[in-house]
Ligand binder design. Structure first.
Ligand code: OGA
Ligand code: MN
Length: 378
């Protein structure tokens, strides 16, 4: 197995794809000993510590969006990846459920757009949460039940709605970006050294335990000097961060619930992918699951108080087998506007179950031998 892993890191024809398939494999399970775990907080050959802007965000501003004071964030860099910042769960105890509830109950609502809109009527996708909650709250009855809408949700877009077919954003397809997520994003960006970040587009990805996200670069945004932020909740995943060339082997790392990634500078336009969701990885720091149990003391007026027991029952059931990822993007630089005509030269992909082409609603994708889907600009 060790020899297998060693041969995987050799450079060559699409070394990224080779490693993607290696980590996606279920049987036999891949050797995960090379996967970096930032939550362990160990700085070494590959993992560097990163300086944050300690005074850019006040403690009060941070706590209002459920974040710890910036001085308590554990932020890391990766050797060879300038501009990549990994913040190991900067959320206050008890605040992740609020953001997860937003992802499951609030953000899928209109006027935001989701994968179900592609092949269902507006009435049918009107109240995804309401139509799913009672079923998810009740204990499983043993026999196989049809999937709820919430379980069929694969992506939601916010702000400038990403067009999966043309791989562009358009001024003609914009709805207001959620103010709470805009606020969280600007504070994370400011703490990471990017003041003035303005969240304009979001892609939320909903992964089941067998989902993956193909190899891609996020380059549809018009200003690449602005960072891309990525938030994770629920089950852990393996994230692969490559270079600008698919022949270079990527670095594998865990993303646990609450972790935040900032892709900026030279790391803004690197190939990346999520080959694997890791079901039930024991992870003591995740801050989900027990946070709202009875008797848990949460800080006065904290976001923890915002999630009712009823809502949490649904959210906690959902994430027992799922992962939610929010990527937040600034599309335009200050003073920038959309050009009249745009060329199509970008690429993106979304999570897939490997079941078929349905979920991304016509998104052009390339299907490989092993069944993973991916899209690329090559
Ligand atoms: C994306 C993305 C990564 C993740 O949506 O562009 O890369 O962790 N998501 O789900
Ligand atoms: Mn991406």
């Amino acid at each position: 197995m060790a020899k297998m892993a060693a041969s995987m890191v050799e450079h060559g024809e699409d070394a990224f794809r080779t490693l993607f398939k290696f980590y996606r494999r279920k049987h036999p399970p891949p050797d995960l000993s090379n996967v970096i775990d930032f939550s362990k907080g160990i700085v070494g050959d590959k993992v560097l510590s990163t300086n944050l802007e300690l005074t850019a965000v006040s403690d009060g501003e941070a706590s209002r969006v459920g974040l710890r004071p910036v001085r308590d964030w554990r932020a890391f860099g990766l050797h060879g990846y300038p501009g990549f910042i990994f913040i190991a769960n900067p959320f206050l105890q008890g605040s992740q459920p609020f953001w997860l509830r937003q992802c499951l109950k609030t953000y899928p609502q209109k006027p935001n757009v989701c994968n179900l809109d592609m092949h269902m009527s507006p009435e049918d996708t009107d109240d995804i949460w309401g139509k799913s909650a009672n079923i998810l709250r009740s204990p499983p009855c043993g026999k196989k039940e049809p999937k709820t809408l919430l379980e069929k949700l694969r992506w939601v877009t916010l702000g400038y709605h990403y067009n999966w077919n043309t791989k562009t954003y358009s001024p003609d397809h914009y709805t207001p970006f959620p103010a709470d997520l805009q606020c969280l994003s600007s504070l994370i960006a400011a703490g990471a050294g990017f003041p003035g970040f303005h969240a304009e587009a979001g892609i939320l990805n909903y992964y089941r335990s067998d989902s993956s996200l193909g190899i891609h670069v996020d380059e549809s945004e018009l200003d690449h000097t602005r960072p891309l932020l990525s938030f994770c909740f629920g089950q852990s995943a393996i994230f692969l961060l490559g270079s600008t060339r698919r022949e270079d082997p990527p670095t594998a790392m865990y993303m646990h619930s609450g972790d935040v990634m900032v892709m900026s500078g030279q790391s803004r336009l690197l190939y990346h992918a999520v080959p694997r969701i890791l079901q039930d990885l024991p992870h003591p720091h995740c801050g989900l699951g027990t946070t709202l149990s009875k008797g848990q003391v949460s800080p006065e007026g904290s976001l923890a108080d915002e999630v009712s027991g009823e809502d949490w029952a649904v959210c906690s059931r959902y994430i027992q087998s799922s992962r939610v990822n929010m990527t937040v993007r600034q599309v335009l630089g200050p003073g920038q506007s959309f050009p009249e005509v745009r060329t199509r030269n970008d690429s993106d992909a979304g999570p897939t179950d490997g079941y078929g082409e349905g979920d991304r609603g016509g998104q052009k994708r390339r299907r490989s031998d092993s069944g993973e889907t991916e899209s690329s600009n090559t």
